[in-house]
Design a protein around this ligand. Structure first.
Ligand code: KG4
Ligand code: ZN
Length: 336
């Protein structure tokens, strides 16, 4: 069959999303229903609230994706769904809905790892991209440096030992009173600040590893704020945001380039929510140019959580007939 249509569902965190995608790379529809406005009130994602909202939204989101794609159910070749990592209650909504569709339509079910989905966002916008390439996945839950050998073959070269990059953005944002989600708000504040104002630590851990650590940086920012408050000195949120953001970007760029050099791999890609940060995009692009590497970055809407990326990952599993059965379960700490 030369025209494979996959319907994909994503519900691992606070976005209920569904996409219909053709041959893994051509988006026919990409519906994302964000719960950000609801979780904002609580300063972060409340798992129980997220699950309930997914239940309320999922039928509408799936129906809208089918209508937008202008396809009928019998044209769909497989149903894909994120089954981890993520919030268990949130994942279960998508997994069970996908199982229901797969059973009702009598189409294969394909379980997809959320991190694999983030990586695959690069295939959608770069139609000629083929492995091998090095990808930095930086999101709210993960910071991974991955070498993609082949479709579906991943070597984890480094990962965070504590906080994820996005998590650090969210926590620092809260500390300087910016709210949730922190990443975009820090980015905005940082634009009016001086990134050399405060010298926050660049945690490289040691020379031999590509692992990351962001909890030290986060603590340094919190200590800085605390000290200023105790001395009754003014805190310039713009400078804190810019200096913090620069510290994160420096480490991410340095380690990503190191990973590419180690593999002698001249294609570098970005993925995950933090990948929509323009400072990071610009800095990595600059380094890649300097070294004559190809640099790839999905557009913002494909960096943050969406179902098109899940459908893309599922397509390569479909080609290999890597199907799941009705026993597919949500795995909150699923590894790549
Ligand atoms: O990939 P994603 O949507 O969900 C997860 O799988 O975690 O990533 C969400 C994370 C949040 O921590 C958010 O603050 C961060 O990505 N983020 C950003 C930006 N946009 C989203 N971080 C920095 N700069 C941004 N522009
Ligand atoms: Zn994600």
């Amino acid at each position: 069959k030369d025209n494979v249509l996959i319907l994909a569902i994503e519900s691992s965190c606070d976005e209920t999303a569904c996409s219909v995608i053709e041959n893994g790379r051509n988006i026919l529809s990409n519906i994302i229903s964000s719960q950000i406005e609801i979780h904002k009130e609580y300063g972060g994602v409340v798992p129980e609230v997220a699950s309930r909202k997914h239940i309320e939204n999922i039928s509408d989101v799936v129906n809208e994706a089918i209508i937008k794609a202008n396809v009928s159910c019998d044209q769909i070749d497989a149903v894909a769904v994120t089954y981890g990592p993520g919030l268990v209650g949130a994942l279960l909504v998508g997994v069970n809905y996908a199982k229901g569709l797969s059973y009702a339509w009598n189409k294969p079910l394909i379980g997809v790892n959320h991190i694999e989905g983030h990586i695959c966002a690069n295939f959608i916008e770069n139609k000629d991209l083929e492995p091998p390439f090095v990808c930095l996945v930086a999101s709210g839950g993960h910071t991974h440096l991955i070498y993609i050998n082949d479709y579906g073959k991943y070597e984890i070269m480094g990962k965070t030992r504590d906080d994820a990059a996005g998590e650090a953005f969210d926590k620092v944002a809260r500390a300087i009173g910016l709210g949730y989600p922190g990443g975009p708000l820090i980015e905005k504040k940082a634009k009016e600040g001086n990134e050399t104002a405060i010298n926050f630590p660049r945690a490289v851990i040691d020379e031999d590893t590509l692992d990351f650590s962001f909890s030290g940086l986060k603590s340094a920012v919190l200590n800085y704020i605390h000290n200023k408050q105790q001395k009754n000195e003014e805190i310039i949120a713009e400078d804190v945001a810019a200096s913090f953001q620069q510290a994160v970007v420096d480490v991410l760029v340095m380690k990503t380039m190191k990973a590419a050099k180690l593999k002698n791999c001249k294609t570098v890609a970005l993925a995950g929510g933090v990948a929509s940060n323009s400072s990071l995009r610009e800095a990595l692009e600059k380094e890649c140019k300097k070294n004559n590497y190809v640099f790839l970055k999905p557009s913002s809407i494909l960096c943050t959580d969406n179902a098109a990326m899940i459908g893309c990952a599922a397509y390569y599993k479909y080609l290999k007939k890597e199907f799941s059965d009705a026993s597919l379960n949500a795995i909150p700490n699923l590894k790549l």
